[in-house]
Design a binder for this molecule. Structure first.
Ligand SMILES: NC(=O)c1ccc[n+]([C@@H]2O[C@H](COP(=O)([O-])OP(=O)(O)OC[C@H]3O[C@@H](n4cnc5c(N)ncnc54)[C@H](O)[C@@H]3O)[C@@H](O)[C@H]2O)c1
Length: 454
């Protein structure tokens, strides 16, 4: 069993530490945030991630996992040091490597002498970062400490992080020294997943390409949804039917207000930035990001049109996290949407099952409610932004009776337009039929208009 240091105890670092410890390795998690480390030492998981707290506790109690703020303590015995610090979006869209640089320098200063430590870059880093980390380590090491750098991008999804780590579709390892990549591969052997070994830059690029592709699928279906809405088609059925084509597949084809989170927006943006700097013309990535930004704006416009203006209106926001089963608000559509609603004079009452503690700091001036009914009470409209399971089982008749006006704008197509109409709601989804219009005068676009050139 290996001795592993995990540097950075956020979503990725904690998942990595917990899962490797659960496999029997000796793991020590390190973070510069002393409060976070104190909480972890006390058995209190600082993030909301289903199943994580249990697995952390189990391994802390078994003596296989501990936490520290001290690099010396974390690295003294480590054979592997995983860098899992954040790489947020920089001011021009490129990845901000500040935390990676700091972590690499600190690791270099504390590498154990007399043997080799393998430094594993798990954070998402631009191609070339493996060389950068290697150079920083080289500047800092003393005595006869030796090191190798391996790129090992992480593909877990927040909300299912533990399961994703336990059952990866593949493990990607990039290195100049193949023996180092093979040593990291042994850590992953129990997962029984395909392992792709390549060079550093290719491994780093694989992560960006994967995220950019998934973001492209989302923006693609959102563009189709927009066209469906204009032409009276139902994007839900379009998605289902195209997803049945084995060449296309069903994933990442749910139309909605677009992607957020700590990865897709920043990684697509960073790839666009890198491509532009390298004199490539990343036109598809630009379109993907534009469509995504437009989704937020058109959601607010829809509310505006349906309410005849937003000034003075009370809007109940259901869901703040960038997706269900997480408390993460990074790049969450709810933040932009709520700020825009407030700037248009609306009053916002919000409810989210997990993200409200984080949201309080980011969204001063809005009301936070203890459940979705309290949020809806007296509201002119409900804006559904995150498709938490909790919202699927609500008593919508009760919601209707509590609202001042029964308008519901569904940014995730969680509800069925026909059912909502039968309950008396004025309902709008994304790319789905407007039921009142279909029951009355059909809003059909003249066929003649669509077949130009005939
Ligand atoms: N969150 C995801 O779903 C996900 C998925 C795949 C890849 N990634 C990538 O993994 C990386 C980490 O993401 P995250 O969401 O876990 O970030 P995070 O912000 O949740 O956690 C990062 C942690 O690193 C700590 N830290 C910062 N500088 C440090 C230093 N010098 N030494 C030690 N600790 C330090 C911070 O205090 C924080 O606790 C990013 O590059 C991200 O793009 C994230």
């Amino acid at each position: 069993m290996a001795k592993i240091a995990v540097v950075g105890c956020g979503y990725v670092g904690l998942g990595t530490a917990a899962v490797f410890a659960d496999l029997g390795n000796q793991v020590i998690g390190l973070d510069v945030d002393a409060t976070r480390v104190e909480r972890l030492q006390a058995g209190d998981c600082p993030i909301f991630e289903p199943g994580l707290e249990e697995i952390l506790l189990r391994n802390v109690q078994a003596g296989r996992l501990r936490f520290t703020t001290e690099y010396a303590e974390a690295l003294v015995e480590a054979e592997f040091a995983f860098i899992c610090v954040s790489t947020p979006m920089g001011p021009h869209g490129g990845a901000n490597m500040r935390y990676v640089r700091q972590a690499a320098r600190s690791i270099g200063q504390h590498l154990a002498p007399g043997r080799r430590t393998i430094v594993v870059n798990k954070s998402t880093m631009p191609p070339g970062s493996g060389d950068l980390v290697g150079a920083l380590l080289g500047e800092e090491i003393s005595q006869d400490a030796r090191y190798a750098v391996v790129a090992n991008p992480e593909f877990l999804r927040e909300g299912t992080a533990v399961q994703d780590m336990l059952h990866p579709d593949r493990v990607v390892l990039g290195a100049t020294d193949r023996t180092a990549a093979e040593a990291v591969a042994t850590l992953y052997q129990p997962f029984n997943a395909p392992i792709v070994i390549t060079n550093l830059r290719t491994a780093e690029m694989i992560k960006y390409a994967a995220n950019a592709f998934l973001a492209t699928r989302i923006s693609f279906i959102n563009e189709i949804a927009h066209i469906c809405e204009a032409l009276g088609a139902d994007v839900r059925q379009v998605s289902q039917a195209i997803g049945l084509d084995k060449r296309i597949g069903p994933h990442f084809l749910n139309a909605g207000i677009g992607f957020g989170g700590s990865c897709f927006p920043k990684d697509a943006q960073a790839l666009e930035y890198m491509a532009a700097v390298a004199d490539c013309y990343p036109q598809l990535l630009r379109a993907v990001l534009d469509i995504n930004r437009a989704g937020r704006r058109s959601f607010v416009s829809k509310l505006d049109r349906m309410l005849g203006g937003l000034d003075g209106r009370v809007i109940a926001v259901w869901g703040l996290a960038f997706k269900p089963n997480t408390d993460d608000l990074r790049e969450a559509p709810a933040l932009d949407i709520i700020r825009e609603l407030i700037s248009c004079g609306a009053q916002v009452k919000a409810y989210d099952p997990a993200a409200m503690p984080n949201a309080r700091e980011l969204l001063p001036g809005i009301g936070f409610c203890s459940d979705p009914y309290e949020a809806a009470a007296g509201a002119d409209a409900v804006a559904l932004i995150t498709e938490w399971n909790e919202f699927k089982g609500l008593d919508l008749g009760r919601v209707h009776s509590l609202m001042r006006r029964a308008v519901l704008v569904d940014g995730r197509n969680l509800y069925d337009p026909y059912e909502m109409a039968s309950l008396g709601f004025t309902y709008r989804g994304v790319g789905v039929p407007v039921v009142e219009a279909l029951e009355g005068e059909p809003e059909e676009v003249e066929v003649q208009q669509l077949v130009s050139g005939d």
